[in-house]
Design a protein around this ligand. Structure first.
Ligand code: SAM
Ligand code: SF4
Length: 329
């Protein structure tokens, strides 16, 4: 078992497979983009799978693939297949912006992927293009439908809460769960390298944060009630609207006092760093050891021992200059 120095059991590994993306979401990266890591410094699939095999022997049971946009990396189903062949791994899922999901959902499901999380912050096509700096809403909705047809369910939808941008739509977004079996999750905006202007037509970044409590208040008239999700140890607190087929969850890293106490995960960046906490700059390079054929157990254990008790987001301490796209969310 992997237990960190605060007694938390770590069973979940989030793997970023690329720092590249076909969107440029306003909260995730600056308008000019970020310099890409050269290909030779990005972990190869064989290296990722080798690391997962060791981590699984030590106690990792769930893997999530993320990015950047994971589906821009060539032949992602091959990696999914390699990871699902590792006996101890019980669950493998993917977080995606959905734009390429229609194309890849079938191959991903066949390779052993269990579920997808799709990011969706608005139902307004024009606004969607603005938030993502170029994305197309229709393609994403088709991607979600394809994932459902292929059985990559239950579908989770990630919605970042943004005052003055999508707060007028949060009720409509939640109402999607009346007709769909989706688990929609409202996520508090994290101040990670996104405190500069988001560009024309957006409020100043310091005005955009809106706490989960306000969203819950907006949804109370729809009969919001606590729900139970099977096999769920994620950060979202699940609820259901009266008569809802799906659920509405709330992820509040900034306003939930004990958020970090429930943390069960570590991360691997696309350039091969173990990152014990999303919101701490602390990283342990693992790629040199892997490439030199050295054992990596001690590096995983070091990551666990160094995992901090919690984040310092309230003090606007940003993790070592990496944007969210370079960490994986
Ligand atoms: N490209 C994929 C996607 O968009 O789903 C995967 C990577 S993305 C970094 C992972 C998740 O992080 C997305 O759901 C995105 O909305 C969320 N995210 C990015 N920046 C964020 C921020 N500053 N605060 C909260 N969530 C953020
Ligand atoms: Fe790309 Fe996802 Fe970041 Fe948007 S949130 S820029 S889709 S990595």
């Amino acid at each position: 078992m992997l237990i960190d120095s605060f007694g938390r059991q770590i069973t979940y590994l989030r793997i970023s497979v690329t720092d590249r993306c076909n969107f440029r979401c306003v909260y995730c990266m600056p308008p000019q983009g970020v310099p890409y890591v050269p290909h030779e410094r990005i972990m190869r699939y064989e290296e990722i799978a080798a690391l997962v095999a060791v981590a699984a022997r030590l106690g990792i049971r769930k893997v999530r693939i993320t990015g950047g946009e994971p589906l821009v990396r060539a032949d992602l189903p091959r990696l999914v297949q390699m990871i699902s062949a590792i006996e101890e791994i019980e669950d493998i899922s993917l977080t995606t912006n959905g734009i390429l999901l229609e194309k890849y959902a079938g191959a991903l499901a066949q390779a052993g992927l269990k579920r997808v999380n799709v990011s969706l912050d608005t139902l307004n096509a024009e606004k969607f293009t603005k938030i993502t700096r170029g994305g197309n809403l229709e393609n994403v909705l088709r991607g979600i439908a394809a994932a459902e047809v292929c059985g990559l369910t239950p579908i989770k939808i990630n919605t970042v809460i943004m005052r003055g941008i999508n707060d007028d739509e949060l009720v409509d977004l939640a109402k999607l769960t009346l007709k769909h079996t989706w688990n929609l999750r409202f996520i508090e905006l994290m101040p990670i390298e996104n405190q500069q202007s988001w560009g024309e037509g957006f409020p100043p970044p310091e005005q955009i944060f809106m706490p989960v409590s306000e969203v819950m208040a907006l949804l109370q008239p729809l009969g919001l009630e606590p729900a139970i999700l099977e096999n769920d140890s994620g950060p979202a607190r699940p609820y259901r609207l009266k008569g809802g087929m799906g659920t509405v969850g709330f992820i509040s890293p900034l306003t939930e006092q004990h958020f970090c106490q429930r943390c069960n995960r570590i991360r691997l960046t696309a350039d091969g760093h173990l990152r014990p906490c999303l919101m701490s700059g602390l990283e342990i390079p693992v790629l040199p050891a892997l490439r030199a054929g050295k054992p990596i157990e001690s590096l995983l254990e070091e990551a666990l021992q160094k995992k901090p008790a919690g984040h310092q987001l309230a003090s606007h301490i940003s993790p070592n200059g990496r944007c969210m796209i370079q960490i994986g969310g």
